[in-house]
Design a protein around this ligand. Structure first.
Ligand SMILES: Cc1ncc(COP(=O)(O)O)c(C=O)c1O
Length: 371
């Protein structure tokens, strides 16, 4: 018989590290406590149609997009997992919006931050990230942002935040002021408080996952429709069921549409998908900006095209009710791209026929897409 096994005890926790983490979490909470919730706007449609459309304005977050909520959740998730501590370099792979929001929180916590992004990312977003004191690491091939982020994290002993993997996990889908809870609370006094549809795009897939889980958890009849731009893997994958589907190129609508099906995309909570031509997204983006007097971003155009199509369907069926979609970020970020006619022409995007669809719809309530 060998010697009695001895008790072995290894204490890794250094109390002082918890002091820093506790203070970091207090700062993130305090930031949330100082922030007001985002508005829910009524989108101007003829009342007699009997269908109300709402825009959840996420552009009014301190960092200008829906990604402010995700960045806060990802930092809390990493802090509470013991993945980041005092002096940790934080790295993120992003199409821009998430990096802007994460750079804000990294500065709040006094941490170095590196954003790994495609070189095509709008200049406005790069300048915003640098404004928060972060470094932009631009790559030519968008498909390499994941491996490049992991390489930089290994090299610096830092932490790769990896929004595409953790977005669906870091966000509390049961409540805690997630985007769904905020929308439904703000709909409570409306004529149709439970929308027939919530329409969103997918980048990580985290927003659609949160909304889809929330409506099921609350036992609501609301259905989730995900809109997808050109060159994205989500729509073909959702149709075929093949989660390994890829598109081989990246989307032109910043923030949504991905060359691969991201881990945070949950296809089983998606009730319907609409593939939206990029010219239609651009037309809806500009049309809505004129109508509302507020410049909106490209992915908001994609959302609106899908939402208006569903409103038209409900009107045609004589169904009354409400539809909600997201204003994901402001159009100021796209002054040199989507709002530049030369950029649209160079991209071969003719918005004329789609603008006609929208104007005709506003005038008649009938939806006729260009053939
Ligand atoms: C402007 C914009 N709209 C929409 C989305 C999609 O959000 P999600 O990543 O939650 O799917 C993103 C994501 O990056 C975005 O940046």
């Amino acid at each position: 018989m060998g010697p009695e096994p001895r008790c072995q005890d290894v204490d890794r926790g250094r109390p002082e590290t918890r002091t820093w983490v506790n203070e970091a979490i207090r700062k993130v909470d305090a930031d949330a406590n100082r922030s007001a919730d985002t508005h829910l706007h009524v989108f101007p449609l003829p009342v007699e149609w009997g269908v109300d459309l709402y825009l959840k304005d996420e552009s009014v977050h301190p960092t200008g997009s829906l990604k402010h909520r995700l960045a806060r959740s990802l930092f809390l998730y990493a802090l509470c997992n013991g993945w980041i501590g005092e002096g940790t370099t934080v790295i993120e792979a992003s199409s821009g919006s998430t990096a802007v929001s994460e750079a804000y929180f990294a500065r709040l916590l006094g941490l170095p931050f590196v954003a790994v992004m495609p070189r095509s990312t709008s200049r406005e977003k790069v300048e915003l990230i640098e404004y928060y004191g972060a470094r932009c690491h631009l790559v030519d091939d968008p498909a390499t942002i994941y491996d490049e982020s992991r390489r930089l994290a290994d090299e610096s002993g830092g932490h790769f935040m990896d929004q595409f993997t953790y977005a669906e996990r870091a966000t509390d889908w049961r409540g805690n002021n997630n985007i769904a809870e905020s929308v439904f609370e703000q709909m409570a006094h409306e004529a149709h408080p439970v929308p027939a549809w919530v329409v969103v795009g997918a980048g990580t897939g985290g927003t659609s996952a949160t909304i889809g889980r929330y409506v099921r958890f609350q036992r609501l009849d609301t259905r989730v429709c995900v809109v997808d731009p050109e060159n994205s893997a989500f729509f073909p994958s959702w149709i075929s069921g093949d989660v390994s589907a890829t598109s081989g190129t990246s989307s032109r609508i910043e923030g949504i549409g991905r060359p691969r099906v991201e881990p945070s995309f949950v296809p089983t909570i998606v009730d319907r998908m609409i593939a939206v031509p990029d010219a239609a997204s651009m037309a809806a983006m500009r049309w809505a900006s004129t109508l509302t007097g507020r410049l909106v971003g490209g992915s908001t155009g994609t959302n609106l095209w899908g939402a208006l199509r569903l409103v038209a369907e409900m009107c045609a069926a004589g169904q009354s009710g409400s539809v909600v979609t997201l204003l994901c970020d402001g159009g100021e970020r796209y002054a040199h791209t989507y709002y530049d006619d030369a950029w649209l022409a160079a991209a071969g995007l003719d918005i004329g026929p789609y603008t006609k669809t929208l104007e005709q719809f506003a005038a008649t309530g009938e939806w006729h897409e260009p053939t």
